[in-house]
Ligand binder design. Sequence first.
Ligand SMILES: [Zn+2]
Ligand SMILES: [Zn+2]
Length: 176
Amino acid sequence: MDYDTYGSTAVELAIALANADLEPDDGVARFLAAHDEWFTPGTSLELSPADAQKAAATGRLVREVALAESQPDVLTRLNELLALARPRPYATDHDGELHLHYARPDSPALEQLTTTVAMGLSQVVVQHGWQRLGACSAEGCDDVYVDTSRNASRRYCSNTCASRSTVAAYRARRKV
Ligand SMILES: [Zn+2]
Ligand SMILES: [Zn+2]
């Protein structure tokens, strides 16, 4: 899986948004500040409360796409997410590499966020399959992930959860 392109890294922003705790009043603001490299320099990252709720709703939609268990469900949820996007691709080499961005560079932060997230997630789903998305199998963790492993064998959101589960399974076996 070619993972070195903007389109594929944008899916990581989608996954991060789905896993972020956006419930607190400043949840969305903190998320945007932590991911400010995704926004055109100079974009105001201060969202109105209504826009912050829309950003949180986008995160929930990403999560629903990742949790969908059939292709029809994936399509319905993905199209709901894509309906929020306002794609207007433009080419840039701001980081030294020529690549495409999905959102209008002078669009507001919410539009940049929803467009990048929706397009990034969709690209991965149509190119690599919706089975690449899943929810962590570790106990007590319900984070979603995108599986970039060659054989699509991933079950955990992170190495932390994977090793935590391995240790737990080992201890459980020793008890028998
Ligand atoms: Zn870029
Ligand atoms: Zn996990």
